[in-house]
Design a protein around this ligand. Structure first.
Ligand code: ATP
Length: 305
């Protein structure tokens, strides 16, 4: 059995001539909070609909809980999803909305709805009709509805979009609690990388339907972390110097750059040693990349937004 709770191979969705999702190979480990990042129109919703069984792939394969192809219909109930705006009955309370969903699922357990209200922080909502809820409350109720039936995988499409800072914190906390206390695996989409950086354990970055990169949060932090950036004509000639000085955490990035992720205070000594060894250093700077800059660079710069 695969080490992943969910994986896709060559997953593609074509609308007319446009490939909204193009050959995506994505991998989610059990217990992960997978941040699915892409700009508007990148293909996030289409992808999430396919894995939730709400849209049919044009081609490619989905494997979930060890099931694939037509077997997937057997495990649909193990997926809870909130895709686009939650469908709420505006004239009813949060409790009523949850009760209706429970009825549909045949759940009659006493205290079940109260428990969900507590998880999503709506236990105080009382008699308030959902049409009078704030956006954050609506989103949390949407998550609550997705929790009915205790899914193992939670699919959340932009649940933070449009929330005020307080709402963002509340939704983030709810998601973290679900992962930590209920051991749920969660995929959550956003067009702002920073927004998920406090909770995601893994990331997938999608652009124009194509998955550009999958990485862990440690890898992301390392790529964005503080570093000495050396610009040189022949990076290979600098490597022996770095080695002789005992540097181990560095990376030859391309034909002109080396990034050094340690001993940032020693940049002057490093420069001196390189000059002594006749290595031509064009520039030496200390840099750290903002998460958002990293994302923008990866997806073709701000002008492409
Ligand atoms: P957003 O955050 O704006 O919803 P997204 O990353 O979720 O963006 P999708 O909604 O998946 O992106 O859309 C991907 C592309 O597919 C877009 O160009 C969109 O116009 C197109 N698309 C999505 N659904 C359909 C459809 N039912 N028919 C035709 N084109 C569609």
């Amino acid at each position: 059995m695969s080490e992943y709770l969910l994986s896709t191979r060559g997953l593609t969705k074509q609308y007319g001539r446009q490939k909204a999702v193009n050959q995506v190979d994505l991998h989610i480990k059990k217990g992960a909070i997978y941040g699915f990042i892409g700009r508007n129109g990148a293909g996030k919703t289409t992808f999430l609909k396919m894995i939730s069984g709400l849209a049919r792939p044009t081609s490619g394969e989905i494997e979930m809980f060890g099931y694939k192809g037509s077997e997937l219909s057997q495990i649909r109930s193990r997926i809870g999803c909130l895709i686009e705006a939650p469908g709420l009955y505006g004239n009813m309370t949060a409790e009523d909305n949850l009760n209706i969903k429970c009825k549909l699922f045949g759940i009659k357990k006493p205290g079940y709805v109260e428990e969900i209200l507590k998880i999503v922080g709506l236990e105080q909502a009382g008699k308030k009709k959902t049409k009078h809820f704030s956006l954050g409350m609506k989103q949390r109720l949407g998550i609550g509805l997705a929790l009915v039936g205790e899914p193992d995988l939670l699919v959340l499409d932009e649940p933070i979009n449009g929330l005020d800072p307080q709402g963002i914190v509340e939704v983030r906390d709810t998601i973290l609690r679900l992962q930590q206390e209920r051991h749920m695996t969660i995929i959550i989409s956003s067009h702002i990388l920073e927004e998920l950086s406090k909770i995601a354990t893994h990331y997938g970055i999608i652009h124009n339907g194509t998955l550009l990169q999958e990485l862990t949060s440690e890898e992301l932090m390392q790529r964005c972390s503080e570093r000495i950036e050396l610009t040189l004509q022949y990076p290979d000639t600098a490597v022996p110097v770095l080695d002789s000085m005992g540097f181990t955490n560095y990376q030859v990035v391309d034909q002109n750059h080396i990034h050094v992720f340690e001993r940032l205070s020693e940049s002057a000594q490093l420069n001196q040693a390189l000059v002594k060894a006749d290595v031509l250093v064009q520039e030496i700077t200390i840099n750290n990349e903002e998460l958002e800059t990293y994302f923008l660079n990866l997806t073709g710069g701000a002008q492409n937004a």
